[in-house]
Every structure is written in structure tokens, then in C-alpha cells.
Ligand binder design. Structure first.
Ligand code: FAD
Length: 384
């Protein structure tokens, strides 16, 4: 594309933060805007596992690139976002799921990673409190966790230190177009001229670009989380359900981990949890059934946590696309780009998304294959 000049990035979750940093480092003048505080939507509510295990066959090279970049950032920013390489277990409750786990393990090992299938004995050594009725588990030792608030803040601070401007509580109300090109954004504080606008607005992205004739197939999906009061160290790594029809609560996705502060965090995306467009604007309470199912699963897997007390819960909306992959790149009028459709795993992928946008706007080759994210796979998105 080869744009030069000033770029507005609209949305300061982890995608916008990584994009602003990549663009600033590529030499652009960048203004990052958020209608609220940085990381205040789904990013701050995240469990922020950076994992290559059982995530995506198509995106495995991109995930490996992303997790390496996160490890580099950890060194570069001297531990600023509490990166912890704790590994990830995927528990297996049904014999029928063992071949599924073996398939993922073979695939990832062929790509140079080191996951393995654990016997019950090995599992006891890796995650001693996981004593529920499991038939096996897979283990990916290189998967890691970060503190989501600190990670968003760290990347924005790095972008600002390199010359970017950041304004919170500054919603983009409209994107201006003249002569078939983006010319800036409208905010309550006035118009900001731009040579290109990158919309990183999570589930709000589709409605922001719709007035420009761009129809993005992105819908909100409810993700719910519970936190217990502080516990002694009980869970060492990330514990998730095996990716299959039988795994987790109600065949959705389950993720359990313990925060550095000692809270047990429990996230479940219920199967079929897509909401109607616009639902992300109203944040409801967690479902009663979610709480009951969660407690049931937690105490089944970790019997030692039977009497544990819940502290709080929260709900956020992730941005879901029909094929579970981000939509990243140019759409609609010249100078308009989007980077949204996190499908519940956007924290890990954020460095890749920043690289794809920076390469597209600079017109230089991308360090990774950006084809999985091509907006052109959805013709109504009006890829340019
Ligand atoms: C409980 C839970 C657990 C999770 N666990 C993991 C995990 O382990 N690993 C993983 O990789 N992912 C995980 N995720 C998903 C991950 O958090 C998201 O994929 C990621 O945070 C998406 O980031 P984003 O920047 O694209 O979106 P968001 O964080 O939603 O950011 C979008 C931003 O755009 C702003 N915005 C919207 N409209 C406008 C506008 N008009 N003008 C200006 N700003 C605007 C919003 O205020 C918001 O800050 C989890 C999510 C949840 C809820």
C-alpha cells in the first residue's frame, strides 16, 4: 500500500496497542485513540494466555512468531508485564479425545514445539492438584501468561516513548472520506486529520466502518469469568479443556489458572454463545448456569478447591468471525484498514496483527504470512 504520514489507530485494546507500537517503530506518526480507558474492554478482562497449543492448525506459524515476539518483549521491557512461562495443560475426560490430542501434538512437534501427552503419573508431577477423573492430558511447556493490563499499558508506553500520541476517553464518532480516500476522524474534541485510519475496535469495529459501505462479518460473543478469593498456590499453569466436542463446560471452552495474587480464575465460553449485533454495548451479569457449571467443573477437576469462596465475576464481548480468524488489512476507501475479529484468542496474536498492519501500510514484505487474515476472504468487506 505504501502510505506515509499520520495514522490514527482507533481502539486501545491489546490489538490497538501492538499496532500503534509496530506503526511507530515503522516510522509513522501515530495517534492512538480509545473511547474509554486503555484495555477497558475485552483486553483488560482477559486471562492472557500466550499459547501455541491446540489453538489453530492454519495459524500455527503465526502463533509461533507471536509467542516468540512476546518473549522478546518480556526481555526488552524487563518483565514489565509479568510474563510467566508456566506451560499449558489440556485435560482429557474421554478416551475418544486422546487421538484428538495426539493429532495436535504431532502437528506442533512437526513445527518444532515440544508438547507431549502425559500419563496420569506425569500429570501429577506437572499439575499436582489436578486430581479429577481424567483419562490423560496434553502438556505444552512453552505456553505463557502475562498480566493483561500491564501488557496493554507497556506497549502503549513504548509507542508513546517512540513518538506516538495516546488519547483515552476520545471516541471516534466517524471516519471522514473525501475523493475516495480517508482524510481523518471525527471526535468530540474535534477533527483529527489522517493519511490512514486503522480500526482496532474489537466488537465495535463493524459498526464504525459500516457507514463507509464496509460490511464486516463480526458478531459479539459473551465470555464470562469467575475469580475466587486468594488461595495458596494450587494451580501452576494454564489448565484448559481438550479441543473437542466433549471438552469443557457444555462443549464450550474452559480455561482455569491462578493469578500471581492467588485468585483462581475460571473462564468459560459457552457453546453457541454468539449474541446479536450491538450486544457488546450492554454488559450484563454472568449467567447463573455458568456459575453453577463452572463450580461443578472446577471442583471435579480440582477436588482440593471444593470449599473455595467466589469473589467476583465479569462478562465481556469478544469479536467473532465466521472462520475464527482476525480480519486484518485494507477495506473500503483508500487508507482505511481494520484489525478485528479476535475470536477469543487475540491477546496471543496481537504482535502478529501489528506486524501485518505495519507491513501493509509501509508497503514492505511482512515477516509472516498474512493470508489467513486477508479481508478478501469475505467479499462484502470490500477489500481494496
Ligand atoms: C475472560 C477472557 C479470557 C480470555 N483469555 C484469553 C487468553 O487466554 N489468550 C488470548 O489470547 N486471548 C484471551 N481472551 C481474548 C482476548 O482478551 C481478546 O481477543 C483481546 O483482548 C482482543 O483485543 P482487542 O484489542 O482486539 O479488543 P478490545 O480489547 O475489545 O479493544 C477494542 C477497543 O476499542 C475501543 N473502541 C471501540 N469503539 C471505539 C471508538 N468508536 N473509538 C475509539 N475507541 C473505540 C474500546 O473501548 C476498546 O478499548 C480472553 C478474553 C476474555 C474475556
Amino acid at each position: 500500500m505504501g502510505v506515509s504520514g499520520h495514522i490514527v489507530v482507533a481502539g486501545a485494546g491489546i490489538t490497538g496497542a501492538a499496532t500503534a507500537l509496530a506503526l511507530t517503530e515503522a516510522g509513522f506518526a501515530v495517534t492512538l485513540l480509545d473511547r474509554a480507558a486503555a484495555g477497558s474492554a475485552v483486553s483488560g478482562a482477559s486471562l492472557a494466555c500466550l499459547g501455541t497449543h491446540m489453538s489453530s492448525e492454519i495459524e500455527l506459524p503465526q502463533l509461533i512468531w507471536a509467542t516468540r515476539r512476546w518473549a522478546e518483549w518480556d526481555r526488552r521491557f524487563a518483565g514489565a508485564f509479568h510474563y510467566r512461562r508456566c506451560g499449558q495443560i489440556r485435560f482429557i475426560e474421554h478416551e475418544a479425545d486422546i487421538p484428538v490430542a495426539e493429532h495436535w501434538i504431532a502437528l506442533e512437534r512437526a513445527a518444532g514445539l515440544t508438547p507431549e501427552l502425559l500419563t496420569r503419573e506425569r500429570l501429577r508431577r506437572v499439575e499436582p492438584a489436578l486430581t479429577g477423573p481424567l483419562v490423560a492430558a496434553s502438556w505444552s511447556p512453552t505456553d505463557a501468561l502475562v498480566n493483561p493490563f500491564l501488557a496493554v499499558r507497556c506497549l502503549i508506553s513504548a509507542a508513546v516513548a517512540a513518538g506516538a500520541r495516546f488519547r483515552s476517553h476520545c471516541p471516534v464518532e466517524a471516519i471522514d472520506v473525501a475523493g475516495g480516500r480517508v482524510t481523518g476522524v471525527v471526535t468530540p474534541g474535534g477533527r483529527i486529520a489522517a493519511d490512514a485510519v486503522v480500526v482496532t475496535g474489537g466488537p465495535w469495529t463493524a459498526e464504525l466502518v459500516a457507514p463507509l459501505g464496509v460490511a464486516l462479518p463480526i458478531l459479539p460473543r459473551k465470555a464470562q469469568c469467575l475469580a475466587t478469593i486468594r488461595q495458596p498456590v494450587t494451580i501452576r499453569g494454564v489448565v484448559g479443556g481438550c479441543k473437542s466436542d466433549h471438552g469443557g463446560v457444555d462443549a464450550g471452552y474452559t480455561q482455569i489458572q491462578q493469578s500471581e495474587a492467588g485468585q483462581i480464575l475460571f473462564n468459560t465460553v459457552l457453546a453457541g454463545g454468539l449474541a446479536e449485533a450491538g450486544a457488546q454495548g450492554h454488559v450484563p451479569e454472568v449467567d447463573r448456569r455458568f456459575v453453577l457449571d463452572s463450580i461443578d467443573t472446577l471442583t471435579r477437576l480440582f477436588p482440593a478447591l471444593r470449599a473455595v469462596e467466589l469473589l467476583r465475576s465479569w462478562v465481556r464481548y469478544e469479536a467473532v468471525t465466521p472462520d475464527d480468524r482476525f480480519i486484518v488489512g485494507a477495506v473500503g476507501p483508500a487508507g482505511l484498514l481494520v484489525a478485528a475479529g479476535d475470536n477469543g484468542t487475540g491477546f496471543c496474536r496481537a504482535p502478529v496483527i501489528g506486524e501485518v498492519i505495519a507491513a501493509a501500510l509501509s508497503g514492505r514484505p511482512c515477516a509472516i504470512d498474512s493470508a489467513p487474515y486477508d479481508p478478501g476472504r469475505f467479499p462484502a468487506a470490500g477489500a481494496t
